[in-house]
Design a protein around this ligand. Structure first.
Ligand code: UDP
Ligand code: MG
Length: 313
C-alpha cells in the first residue's frame, strides 16, 4: 500500500471543492480495485479565500477526518505559496499537485502512478494541448513567453506544462529544501532535475467558478519567472551600455577630427537633444533591470515566511 498525497490550492472555490472530492475519490477507488494499492491523503490549502471555501474544507474534514486535511492562510498569498504550504504538510510516498477546478483531469493519476512505480520516474508532469477557445493573442503571448524564457534561462521550462504533476517523496523533499522566498515553481521543478516525463492531455473547461488570472497578471508573472531563473537581462544591460559607450567614443573622435580640419558645426542641436534623450533612456532602462534584481534580493534578505497559517487540521 502506497500513500498518495494530493495538494490542492484553493482561492474562492466553494463550488469546486465538493465536486473535486467526489471526482477524485472515484478515481482513487478505481485504483484500488481489484487490489488495494493506494491510500489517499488530501491537503487542501485555503489561500485566504473570502467565500465559503474554508467551511467546505472543514465539512469534508469532519466527514473524512483520517484522509482530508486543510491549512488556511491569514490572507491571500498566491498559488505559489499555497503549493509550498501544501507540499510541506504531505506525508505520502508520492505527492500530486492539482487544481481544484478539475482542469487537471484526475483520470491521469493511475497512469502517472504507474510511470513512477513501475517505470522508475521521479516526476510525471502534464502538458496541456492548445487551449480551445483561447484567444489568438493569448496563445501567441504564451508561446512567446516560453520561447524567451527558454532562450534566456539555464533550466529548460516545458512549454504549456501545467503545475499538475505527481512526484516521489525524494523529489518533493528536494523541492522543499530550496529556501527561496520568490518561488517560480515552473522553474524550481525543472531546476531540481531528476527523471521527469510528461503526459499530454486536451484542455478542460473549469468545473465551476472562474479563473483568477488576467492578462496583466500573466505578464508580470512571466517577467518574475525570467528574473528568478536568468541573469540574461543583466547581461543585456551591460551590452547595451557597452555598445553605446563604444559608439559615443567613435562619435567623439569624429567630432574632434572634424573640428581640427573643417571647423566646428553650430547647427544640429536637435540631433544633440535626440542623442541625449536616447542615452538617458538607455541608462534608465538598465537601472530598471538592475532595480528588478535588487528588489528580489531585498525580498529574499527579509527572510519573511512564504505564508502565514491561521488554522489547520
Ligand atoms: N489559486 C490559489 N491562489 C490564488 C489564485 C489561484 O490558490 O491566488 C488556485 C485556484 O483556486 C486553483 C488554481 O490555483 O485551484 C489555479 O487557478 P486558476 O484556475 O484560476 O488558474 P488557471 O487554471 O486559469 O490557470
Ligand atoms: Mg483553472
Amino acid at each position: 500500500m502506497k500513500k498518495i498525497s494530493l495538494v490542492v490550492p484553493c482561492y474562492n472555490e466553494e463550488e469546486s471543492i465538493p465536486l473535486f472530492y467526489r471526482t477524485v475519490s472515484k478515481v482513487i477507488d478505481s485504483m484500488n480495485t481489484p487490489t488495494p494499492t493506494v491510500t489517499p491523503e488530501y491537503i487542501f490549502v485555503d489561500d485566504g479565500s473570502d467565500d465559503r471555501t474554508l467551511e467546505e474544507m472543514k465539512a469534508l474534514h469532519q466527514q473524512f477526518s483520517e484522509t482530508v486535511h486543510y491549512r488556511s492562510f491569514s490572507r491571500n498569498f498566491g498559488k505559489e505559496s499555497a503549493l509550498a504550504a501544501g507540499l510541506q504538510a504531505t506525508t505520502g510516498d508520492v505527492v500530486a499537485v492539482m487544481d481544484v477546478d478539475l482542469q487537471d483531469p484526475p483520470e491521469l493519476l493511475p497512469k502517472m502512478f504507474t510511470l513512477i512505480e513501475q517505470d522508475g520516474y521521479d516526476c510525471v508532469g502534464t502538458i496541456q494541448k492548445e487551449r480551445r477557445g483561447q484567444s489568438r493573442i493569448r496563445a501567441f503571448l504564451s508561446s512567446s513567453f516560453y520561447r524567451v524564457i527558454n532562450w534566456l534561462s539555464d533550466v529548460r521550462i516545458e512549454p504549456n506544462a501545467r503545475d499538475y504533476r505527481l512526484m516521489t517523496r525524494q523529489f518533493v523533499n528536494t523541492v522543499l529544501s530550496l529556501p527561496e522566498f520568490n518561488r517560480f515553481s515552473k522553474g524550481i521543478f525543472s531546476w531540481v532535475g531528476f527523471k521527469t516525463t510528461y503526459l499530454t492531455y486536451e484542455s478542460q473547461p473549469r468545473a465551476a467558478g472562474k479563473t483568477h488570472w488576467n492578462l496583466r497578471q500573466l505578464f508580470s508573472y512571466s517577467i518574475e519567472g525570467i528574473i528568478d531563473f536568468s541573469s540574461a537581462p543583466l547581461r543585456l544591460a551591460t551590452w547595451v551600455g557597452g555598445i553605446s559607450f563604444v559608439l559615443s567614443l567613435i562619435g567623439m573622435i569624429f567630432v574632434f577630427v572634424r573640428a581640427l580640419t573643417v571647423g566646428g558645426a553650430v547647427a544640429g542641436w536637435p540631433s544633440l537633444v535626440v542623442i541625449l534623450l536616447l542615452i538617458g533612456g538607455i541608462q534608465l532602462f538598465c537601472l530598471g533591470i538592475l532595480g528588478q534584481y535588487i528588489n528580489k534580493i531585498y525580498l529574499e534578505t527579509k527572510h519573511r515566511p512564504k505564508f502565514i497559517i491561521r488554522e489547520e487540521k
